[in-house]
Design a protein around this ligand. Structure first.
Ligand code: GRF
Length: 205
C-alpha cells in the first residue's frame, strides 16, 4: 500500500520532528513526502527543509479558524499531486471542512493534548487543571466534520501532579504525543484495523 504521508502544521512542529526522527530510525513506516503550513513562519517548515523534505506554505485565505472552500481545494490539489495517502495534522490550527474531508475520507489524522472526549478545542491543559481531573493525556483520532470528535485510534494517559502548571503538564503530555502519533500512523498505514461504529479495532491481515 502507498505509505506516502503529508504533515500539516502551523507552528512549533515538535510532533513533525518526532515523526521525522522515527522514520529515520525505522520506527515509523511512513514515507513523508510533504509538509504543508498555513503559516509562512512556522518552525515546522524549517524542520522539514533541514531534513530535505519538501515544505510548502499554502495561503489559508481570509478566515482565521478554517479555510474557505477555494483555499482548501488548493490544499487538496497539492496533496493529490504528491500522491499522499494519509494526511497527518500536527498542530494545524484550522478546522478541516468538506473539500479535504471528501478527498481523504478516513485518511486524515489529528493529535490532541487531552483524553478525548474530555477537553476538546484549545487551551486544554489549563482546562484540565481547572476542572481538577487527576489524569489527562493525548489522543490520536480520525478527523471528521466535528471538532476533535472522530474515531479514536490511540491514547496515552498522563497523571496530573499537584504542582503542575499548564506548561509542565503540556510538556509531559507532549512526550507521549511523540510516541503515540507514530504508533497510530503505523497502524493506519499497515491497514490492520477496522472502524466499527466509533471503535478502531486491530485486525490481523
Ligand atoms: C500539540 O500539543 C498537539 O497535540 C496540538 O498542538 C500541539 C502542536 O505541537 N494539536 P507541535 O507543533 O507538534 O510541537
Amino acid at each position: 500500500m502507498n505509505k506516502n504521508i503529508a504533515v500539516l502544521a502551523s507552528g512549533r512542529g515538535s510532533n513533525l520532528e518526532a515523526i521525522i526522527k522515527n522514520i529515520e530510525i525505522g520506527k515509523c513506516i511512513a514515507n513523508l513526502v510533504l509538509v504543508v503550513s498555513d503559516n509562512p513562519d512556522a518552525r515546522a517548515l524549517k524542520i522539514a527543509r533541514d531534513h530535505n523534505i519538501k515544505a510548502l506554505y499554502l495561503d489559508p485565505g481570509p478566515k482565521k479558524t478554517w479555510l474557505l472552500p477555494e483555499y482548501e481545494e488548493n490544499y487538496v490539489r497539492v496533496l493529490k499531486e504528491h500522491n499522499v495517502n494519509l494526511v497527518c495534522l500536527a498542530g494545524f490550527m484550522r478546522i478541516i471542512k468538506q473539500p479535504l474531508l471528501n478527498a481523504f475520507p478516513n485518511r486524515i489524522l489529528n493529535i490532541h493534548p487531552s483524553l478525548l472526549p474530555a477537553f476538546p478545542g484549545l487551551d486544554v491543559q489549563r482546562k484540565a487543571l481547572a476542572y481538577g481531573v487527576k489524569y489527562s493525556g493525548c489522543t490520536v483520532h480520525f478527523v471528521d466534520d466535528t471538532v476533535d470528535g472522530g474515531p479514536i485510534i490511540a491514547q496515552a494517559v498522563v497523571p496530573i501532579l499537584d504542582n503542575d502548571t499548564p506548561e509542565t503538564l503540556a510538556e509531559r503530555i507532549l512526550k507521549e504525543e511523540h510516541r503515540i502519533y507514530t504508533e497510530a500512523i503505523n497502524l493506519i498505514l499497515s491497514g490492520q484495523y477496522q472502524i466499527v461504529g466509533r471503535r478502531v479495532i486491530r485486525v490481523e491481515s
